[in-house]
Design a protein around this ligand. Sequence first.
Ligand code: E4P
Length: 215
Amino acid sequence: MRFFIDTANIEEIREAASWGILDGVTTNPTLCAKEGREFRSSIKEIADIVDGPISAEAISMERDGIVEEARKIASIAPNIVVKIPITEEGLAATKKLSSEGIKVNMTLIFSVNQALLAAKVGAAFVSPFLGRLDDIGHDSIAILYDMVVVYQNYDFDTKIIAASIRHPLHVTKAAEAGADIATVPFSILQQIVTHPLTDKGIDRFLKDWDKIKNL
Ligand code: E4P
């Protein structure tokens, strides 16, 4: 499974990239607004740090506007992927953009049928939002499993990004379900590196080493 980081924070991106585990970045308008920086320059900086796909979201709601905005976003760097929410207009725009070779991450996906439609119009990625599904009492992981099966049935090239990850178990379950990618907030990346028994083990080894180092 590939790991993306779900943030627009440059320090978090640099730090996760330095661990050698980072394959890409996803942002959204909320994450960008949190950083309080100009959109284009911050996306460019992110794209210069990480080699893999960098998702940046279009906010136009009508197909011609989405296409125009997506072309501008895609021109920021060669590794940019344009995030477009699934709507009728978004599907039409994605069909056009895919035919032009612009990669789309179809976002705000909450059902298998939405994922099916996104794949049909040639989206490079789909982003099912696990946490937000769980928030309203749905079984996000069951939906993810079904999505993986449907994509396998038709051999779609569209890659599934498990998004809206809220805790380490989401990461494990996304991997078990066969999601191609998990996009994970920095705090959860930190959490999944650690284990109390790892800390305890390191502590014991260091103390024991102290006993023998001067023998
Ligand atoms: C994914 O691409 C989105 O940016 C993100 O995962 C949404 O997560 P949230 O539901 O925690 O806001």
